[in-house]
Design a protein around this ligand. Sequence first.
Ligand code: MN
Length: 319
Amino acid sequence: MSGPVRTTDTPPDGREAAVALPVVELTPSKTAQLGTQTIHRSLPTRLRRTVGAWCFLDHAPPGEPVPSAPGVQVGPHPHIGLQTVTWVLSGEVVHTDSLGSEQTIRPGELNLMTAGNGIAHAEQTPTSSSDDVHLIQLWVAQPDRTRDGQPAFEHHGELPLVEFERARATVLVGRFAGASSAARVDTDHFGADLVLDRGTTVVPLQRDHEHAVVVVSGSITVDGTTVGPDVLTYLGLGRDELAIEAHEDTRLFLLGGVPFETRPLMWWNFVARTHDEIDAAYRDWQTGSDRFGPVSSTLDIVPAPTPPWMQQGETFRRP
Ligand code: MN
């Protein structure tokens, strides 16, 4: 017997899962409660682990204001093998990390953190901030080429804008409609925030990218399918352009990329390939190893949950 054998234990990698032809495949987001904040998670889904290298999309709409702890209050926690793309639609968040970075992010700005072999960070809305926080955080899986590399942090206060007749796009990462973001990309992928007036806008796409749209507010029709907020609208490969009909003032996220080289293994805040790699990251975080340095934050450190496949006796409680 020769050739690859796929069993139920070996789910498809990014290239096998990608749909070679234009499609419209809808998957509603899952919701989770984080304090008073409702989170809509559009990626990953059971069907779609990746769109290009994009492997995670959380949308946190404005929550109920809590004066003592507004917006985002996430204490020091680790990451490996991914980039976090933080995009604020309203309010502000202060990022601190184990490289010593401290960066406030405001609407129109991009925070891009590359974890590589390991980084830790905290994200916190200052108590002085009165604006409700409306936030999108995405993760990009790092390819084998860079995922064991050094951690890094970038802030981009200025991002390229593209004007259409009835739409405006901000290019967060990669290249879209002739404009390129200066943010680091380790694979061929892009992400753009589009604000559309009512009517139809045709945007250029790349034939060798798979694409997806997530509406943040408003509603659109693509290829005869109407979709509202927080639904992963997967569009497949093979498109040169996309006609988006907005039924009202609409804001959406457009993601694209060459299908990812493999199927990343995601658990908690780690993106890896094997359980052993996850176990090592879990142990290194729980034992306070140098792999993840200290983070300046007034918030409590977030302990890792125990990987469900671990035997009792292999687990660690943080000292
Ligand atoms: Mn994080």
